[in-house]
Design a protein around this ligand. Structure first.
Ligand code: HEM
Length: 440
């Protein structure tokens, strides 16, 4: 991408969020309490400057979603900042390059692909095994269990054998140390450990890829290696590694967080739990494919409502490569924009009583969720590749837990809903997610 001009509050006069720290900008406030920062911005107007490793305009106005549909946005600056984690992947490129990579990756992640490549069935097995463990434990930490499940599912559907899953989990969690801010790459620093784990993963992936090819494996790794875009172009070996790393990154803390919130909300609402148990028992088994989801509207509604209220990716970052009109204002090329998914998912015009956890708002409809309702998964060209996988995983897990309840209910040891943490994603505090079973 050509060098973009740098647009700052000196070039465009919109309100500036107060309270920036010298050199750190608004980063400490946002990491401490993202919702508070977003609400303060909302009170200041439709477009508000914030400094998070550089100036960007928060597009408070719900029309900000429209920007995602066009060609005005680039991920390049976000990709530069997160190069350790997303560099070289589909989330680091725009336009033609993005269409090529995404075109080569899409198919296995469609409902048909998940069923056809055996991924949905593998997910069901992993969910059954993990939920059995949780059902048989008098006490467990939901976030830890579901984080492990989410990683097992990603590497399991890729084709990694069960016995190797703990290795991938451990290495993968180490690569996430790269998200520790301001960590220099000196020996034994977080970045150093992350890079070492990354190199080990890359080496192991090379041998997994050879095995997948040799054995004609049905896993998604083989499918990604075979994948081609409409012009017959696929991923090269470096791109394969970068994208597998991204799958783990994009798909595990997000899903684990929403599943933990879902169980937490269920622990507070016995009537909702009973409805879920009735639905799960009526179905008889957990969904084996996306096509089975229609038998599980309550489980899906619980998952979607948790996503709406606890949107794990609260803000997406982009830069304008074309001028854009928003809220009656023209924003020039080079403006960095912050798209606050968290605010859009609390728009009272769409969601009456937006702060209330109410899965029923997703039930009894004669239409699928529209793009804004799916916005916790992003939008436009970079809309979440794992959307169908995440929904299926969510419904499988909630249904499995309900089926294994056998007259018991889940309770949080702490009693109240977990506290939230906000960096690097919105998540429940792990220490608050201990759960026990209680006789109904
Ligand atoms: C509840 C679970 C999930 C949520 C809330 C979520 C959210 C998101 C969001 C907001 C984006 C857009 C990021 C941006 O444009 O800056 C995204 C992209 C992506 N997600 Fe997910 N995600 C979830 C699960 C998954 C899973 C399970 C996978 C894979 C197995 C996955 C893979 C991806 C990939 C590869 C991208 C990048 C797509 C592209 O750049 O074209 N996600 N996700």
């Amino acid at each position: 991408m050509n060098q973009l001009p740098t647009i700052t509050p000196e070039n465009l006069s919109y309100p500036i969020l107060p309270g920036a720290w010298p050199s750190l900008g608004h980063f400490p406030q946002a990491a401490w309490d993202t919702p508070k920062v977003l609400r303060e911005a909302q009170a200041l107007g439709p477009l508000v400057w914030i400094n998070l490793s550089g100036w960007g305009l928060i597009i408070v106005h719900p029309d900000g979603y429209e920007l995602l549909k066009g060609k005005a946005l680039s991920v390049a600056s976000m990709a530069n900042q997160g190069a350790e984690l997303i560099g070289g992947s589909v989330l680091s490129v725009d336009g033609v390059e993005h269409r090529r990579m995404r075109g080569a990756m899409n198919r296995p992640f469609t409902p048909e692909g998940l069923s056809g490549e055996g991924a949905a069935k593998r997910m069901a097995e992993l969910v059954e095994a993990r939920s059995k463990g949780m059902a048989e434990s008098p006490r467990f930490n939901a976030l830890n269990e579901l984080r492990d499940l989410a990683l097992d599912i990603i590497f399991g559907v890729l084709g990694v054998p069960d016995a190797d899953l703990p290795w991938w989990r451990e290495k993968y969690q180490t690569t996430l140390l790269a998200s520790v801010p301001f960590a220099k790459n000196v020996p034994f620093s977080p970045t150093w450990f992350a890079r070492r784990a990354n190199a080990e993963i890359a080496a192991r992936l090379g041998s997994e890829a050879t095995r997948a090819q040799a054995e004609g494996s049905p896993g998604l790794l083989a499918a990604l290696m075979r994948g081609r875009d409409e012009n017959g172009r696929g991923l090269n070996p470096e791109e394969l590694i970068a994208n597998v790393r991204l799958l783990g990154l994009a798909g595990h803390e997000t899903t684990a967080s929403i599943l933990t919130w879902s169980l937490s909300y269920l622990s507070q609402d016995d009537a909702l739990w009973d409805r879920l148990v009735a639905e799960a028992n009526a179905a008889g088994h957990i969904p084996q494919a996306p096509a089975d989801l229609k038998q599980h509207p309550i489980a899906e509604a619980i998952f979607r409502e948790s996503l709406r209220l606890r949107t794990p990716v609260p803000v997406m970052s982009r830069a304008l490569v074309l001028p854009a009109e928003i809220a009656g204002c023209t924003l020039p090329v080079g403006t960095h924009v912050r798209l606050p998914l968290w605010l859009w998912n609390r728009d009272p015009a769409r969601y009456p009583e937006p702060e209330r956890y109410n899965p029923d708002r997703w039930l009894g409809r004669d239409r699928k969720p529209d793009p804004v309702e799916m916005s916790p998964f992003g939008g436009g060209a970079h809309f979440c590749l794992g959307y169908h996988l995440a929904i299926l995983e969510g419904v499988q897990l909630l249904t499995a837990m309900a089926q294994r309840a056998q007259g018991r209910r889940l309770r949080l040891v702490k009693g109240a809903l977990p506290a939230e943490r906000f960096f690097p994603l919105i998540q429940p505090m792990g220490k608050d997610t201990e759960m026990v079973w209680e006789r109904a």
